[in-house]
Design a protein around this ligand. Structure first.
Ligand SMILES: [Zn+2]
Length: 160
């Protein structure tokens, strides 16, 4: 069942910090009728109401992942929102990873395509289960915290 027009309700935000500095805010809305999820990656500063919105995921085949990358030297650490499905390869450029290709496994964790090992400088979170929280990238692995009680997706991903 899909809606003609989704009835989105704000779920919450994931604030991305590098120590004291707020880098960006990741957000999600969920449709009250069908559960479709709209995600956004909002930069700081004046933005329009639709700036940074990334589209809608309908049904359970896909998920929004928050992908944290370690910084190094002149490359700042960052968290990006990626749309993914199980068995899919996603590409994440990161320091100390020779190959940007990562495979999304059945439990939504990721491994390097080349050797099946977890990446050293990339950490993946399920966006919806990490909302109402923050990630601090000033240490590696990042410190992540959510006020949500752990939901059915508990244990799905490498978190906290
Ligand atoms: Zn809907």
């Amino acid at each position: 069942m899909s809606c003609k027009v989704h009835d989105f309700l704000y779920v919450g935000a994931l604030n991305v910090f590098n120590d004291q500095e707020l880098l960006k805010v990741l957000e999600a809305w969920k449709c009250r009728a069908c559960g479709a999820v709209l995600a956004g990656e909002r930069p700081m500063g004046p933005i329009t109401s639709s700036e940074g919105l990334m589209g809608v995921i309908e049904g359970g085949e896909e998920r929004w992942l928050a992908v944290a990358r370690k910084g190094s030297g002149s490359i700042p650490p960052d968290v990006i929102v990626v749309r993914a499905r199980r068995g899919q390869e996603i590409s994440v450029e990161a320091v100390d990873e020779e190959d940007s290709r990562l495979l999304v496994r059945d439990d939504w964790s990721v491994v390097r395509v080349t050797d099946g090992e977890p990446p050293r400088t990339v950490v993946v979170y399920d966006l919806l289960s990490q909302l109402k929280g923050y990630i601090d990238l000033s240490t590696w692995p990042p410190k992540a915290f959510t006020l949500q009680r752990r939901s059915p997706v508990q244990g799905d991903l490498k978190t906290i």
